[in-house]
Each structure stands twice: as C-alpha cells, then as structure tokens.
Write a protein that binds this ligand. Sequence first.
Ligand SMILES: NC(=O)c1ccc[n+]([C@@H]2O[C@H](COP(=O)([O-])OP(=O)(O)OC[C@H]3O[C@@H](n4cnc5c(N)ncnc54)[C@H](O)[C@@H]3O)[C@@H](O)[C@H]2O)c1
Ligand SMILES: O=C(O)C[C@H](O)C(=O)O
Ligand SMILES: [Mn+2]
Length: 557
Amino acid sequence: MMEYTPEQLLHNPFLNKGTAFTHAERDQYGLNGILPPAVQTLEQQAKQAYAQYQRKATALEKRIFLMEIFNENHVLFYKLFSQHVYEFMPIVYDPTIADTIENYSALFTNPQNATYLSIDEPEHIEEALKQSADGRDIRLIVVTDGEGILGIGDWGTQGVDIAVGKLMVYTAAAGIDPSQVLPVVLDAGTNNQELLKDDLYLGVRHERIYGEQYHHFVDQFVDTAEKLFPDLYLHFEDFGRSNAATILNRYKEKVTVFNDDIQGTGIIVLAGILGALNISHEKIADQVYMSFGAGTAGAGIASRICEEFVQQGMSPEEAKKHFYLVDKQGLLFDDMDDLTPEQKPFARKRSEFANADELTSLEAAVKAVHPTILVGTSTVPGTFTESIVKEMASATARPIIFPLSNPTKLAEAKAEDLIRWTDGQALVATGIPAEPVEYKGVSYEIGQANNALVYPGLGLGTIAATARLLTDGMISAAAHSLGGIVDPAQPGAAVLPPVSKLSEFSQTVAFATAKEAVAEKLNRTEIKDVKKAIDAVKWEPEYSPLADDVKVVKRGE
Ligand SMILES: NC(=O)c1ccc[n+]([C@@H]2O[C@H](COP(=O)([O-])OP(=O)(O)OC[C@H]3O[C@@H](n4cnc5c(N)ncnc54)[C@H](O)[C@@H]3O)[C@@H](O)[C@H]2O)c1
Ligand SMILES: O=C(O)C[C@H](O)C(=O)O
Ligand SMILES: [Mn+2]
C-alpha cells in the first residue's frame, strides 16, 4: 500500500493527472479546491502544452519546458512526445541533450527519479536503488558513468541526463512502461577540469578512478541491481573507451546486458548498409569497409558488419580482409603497441602496402585502400573533406558514407556536402537528424543512423520475451528487421526508415528480437505467442484509474 496526501499526489509524476482528475477522483482523493475547477481531457492538456512549447524561442528552452512537464506528469509528457515524435526527438534527445549535459549542474532543478551512485560511498548503492525505485517493478535501467558522453567527452555526474533521455526515447518509441525504468549514473569522478573547478558542479569532486576499485564499484552496482530487480534489462551508455567493452564482455554471458554504443550502433549501421546495398544492388561481399575513429562505437560497428560477412557465407579470415580501421595513429597496423583489444582483430600488416609508413592520415588511407564504405565515429568534425570524398567516389559508383559523430557540431561531414561532392551518388546516413537535400531536381532523404532507431525495439522485444541474455542472434535479427520499409526504387531514397515511423518500426524490431529469443529458448516464462507477449508489456500514454494500492490520506483523517 502506497500512502500519499492529496498534495503529494499532485506532485507525483507517475500518478498525477493535473486538471484531468475527474470530479469523482477529486472527491475520492481530496483534490477539490486544490485544482482549478474545470476538468480537462488529456487531449486538451496536450494541445495547451504544445502551444506553450511552440512559443519557446530556442531548442534548449523547449527542452527545459518539456522536462517541466515530465517532472509533473508522465502521461502528459509521453502523450505529447508520441504526437510529435519527429519534432521532439532532437529536443528531448540528441543533439539538444548535449547542451543540457554540459550545463546540467547550472540548470539543475529536479533529479527526475534518477539514481546517483558515488564510488566513494558504495555502501549506499542498495538503499539508493531501493529508494529511487520506490516499490516500482524495475525492468529496465540505463546506466552511464559519464566518461564518454556522445563525442563531448567526460561530464561526470552530469552525464546522468543521457540515461534520462535514452529512457524517454524507449517509452516514446517502443512503449516501455515509464514506471518500470530507472536512470542511473555511476559517479567515479571526472577528469573534466572545467567541472572540477566549477563551484556549481554537482558530482564527486575528484579525478576519475580506474582499475580494480572502479570495476569493483561496477560489480557492486550490477550485483545489487540484479538482486533487487531480477527481470532487469541493463543498458550501458557512454562509458569510456577503456571500460565499455570490458564491462560488456564481463557480463554478457551471465545477465541480460546491452551496450548501446557497441551493439546498438552496430545494429543501426548494419541496417543502414543493408539499406544502401538494396539501393545500389551491390553485394556485401564486394564491399571494402573503412572506419574512421576506432573506439567503442567504431570497433563495435566493425565487428557487427564483419559478423554479417560471415553470416552471408565468408570465412572469418576472409571477412577481416575487407576491414580497415583508422584512428589517431592513421591506419592501424598489427605492430602498434597501443591498440585496444577490440582493434587488434582488424589491424593490418605493413607488408600489405608499399607505403605503409605514410598511411598516417585518413586521406592517405583512403587513397591506398579505396574503401566502398566509410563510417565516421572519430568525434572530429569536418574530417570527411571534399578531396577525401571525391577520392573515394572516383573508385566506387555508390560510396556509402556515414558521418556518425554526435552531436551536430562534431559530425565528420554534412549530408548536403556529401551529396554535392559525389554528384548525388553517395548513400548517406548521419548520426543526428538531417533535412532532405535538394540536388539537381532530386530530393535526397537522409537516413538517421542513430542507435535510437533500434535500441527501443530491441529492449521491448527482449523484455517481452523475458530473455535471460541478449545474444548475437537477437542483435542480428533486429538489424535485419529494418529492411523492406523504404522503397529503394524511389529516386533519393534513404538507406534507413524515417524517424517519423519510429513507433511503427520499433514494434517490428521488438517482434524480430523476441521471436529470436524464444527460438533460442532464452525466455524465462512460457511464451506461446510473441506478438501477444509484446502487446502485454506495452504501455500507452492514457490516463487510467489509480491502482488499488494507492491510498490517499486527507489531512485530519
Ligand atoms: N550515431 C550513433 O548512433 C552513434 C553511436 C555511438 C557513438 N556515436 C558517436 O561516435 C563518436 C565516438 O563515440 P565512441 O563512444 O566510439 O567514443 P570513443 O572515445 O570510444 O572513440 C573515439 C575514437 O576516435 C578516435 N579519435 C579521436 N581523435 C581522432 C582523430 N583526430 N583521428 C582519428 N581518430 C580519432 C579516438 O582515439 C577513439 O578511438 C561520438 O561522437 C559519438 O557521438 C554515434
Ligand atoms: O546518443 C546518441 O545520439 C547516439 C549515441 O549513443 C552516441 O553516443 O552518440
Ligand atoms: Mn551513446
């Protein structure tokens, strides 16, 4: 039984309906006279809020306004979000979320039901998770340690906003029940000197801790979360390059974990490449892949694409020969002593090139290799230059070029330039939303290769299937499920389905994922009908009667 006063009820975003509390509810819960007299519908509330939203001058003001709604009333927030998915995605999520992360402490008004865990006080982990869950049945956690936020680096505790934002997209896109989620930040310190010097900084004020103490802290969090919430799907976001893959590998065979930057990005890029090949009528086996920036995302994507070559019949040794990674050092060679474990399988031999020692830039590497696919996850803006792109286009009819670094200010190229420089031949997807490019009478739709197009459906499918693990098979099924939505024969067709259809195809992704989980016998409960299992966990932003265990105690009673 949960007890509230009428006043507390109005400030509980999971229960509050504001002016939509009916007369009967106002009588029952003591709300008469502490709300304006008129009773509104959800539609009226949404219309009024949207009108106010439109009056906000900047993207940041719009986001702050929407967060105020979220803090007060989840149903209203998600009703609005679902009515305006395309318009709100760049406001609630990337790129505007980057501004709120950089200014989180200064802008702070409300913890938004997040859990803040400090490496200095691991003894509070259990209590903090219990208190923020507040008796709710948590099925999904998005956790970050803030070290590698998008491409903007280390933001310590302020990174919690990426966990909050990713969860909002889960609900808006796939219908994950917002009362079953928890955003968590693991604050292990920060190396961001600006934050350490900032009086307003709300995080732990010391350098970031690595190594044994850090991993012990992560272990304690995972163990406690798994104990408290046995049906948990645990999503890791924006960990640093030295920890992200290590953490995923540590847990992926034991519990249901997902790393969005490694696996989510791998799925969306594979889907984008399959979409591009559908347009160009080329085979994957003929592609030569180059990654610019071979960190968490870059190496994760390469590994997913390489798996696809293998799945389509190539031997792993042969498949690897199609891959070239370029990072700060230039083209990565196997004699380098600073390669990450994830880069090593793709490092090349110097003997393959007459001028190996000169391949220290992207330009030199592109000239030497002539990739057919170029994916940017480098965090370095403007690095896909006109001369590099033209060099690539000189050797392949339909170059596949995905500048994926986020947010907008970090993208390796603009879609519009890529289309112009290649005379409309490039098959482009970007990390952030891009307007269609008008060029020589054709409107080129630009796909958004952002993991947000897949992680909501993947999560919904995995949760609905009660899957014990998230496997490569499920990941591959999710990637393949995005095909067939775009008409590849349309001039200027996008390589990925449009964000405006996000809610629809999230169901497609969920179905493919859940079906594979059941086929692999990973479900913890019996599932006869996958579609029904998904529908059963789906949440819609509609008001319903408050649960029987919600008890409102009026003052003086
Ligand atoms: N579109 C998406 O869905 C998506 C998903 C994940 C990451 N990303 C973006 O990809 C970028 C990288 O993210 P990450 O998590 O992999 O970060 P990361 O820090 O793990 O990797 C970045 C890599 O780029 C390399 N790099 C830095 N400067 C370079 C330079 N001058 N030349 C070549 N390489 C250089 C780094 O050494 C590192 O290996 C970010 O901007 C992020 O927003 C996009
Ligand atoms: O957050 C995003 O927009 C995608 C991705 O996870 C990233 O880190 O850039
Ligand atoms: Mn990310």
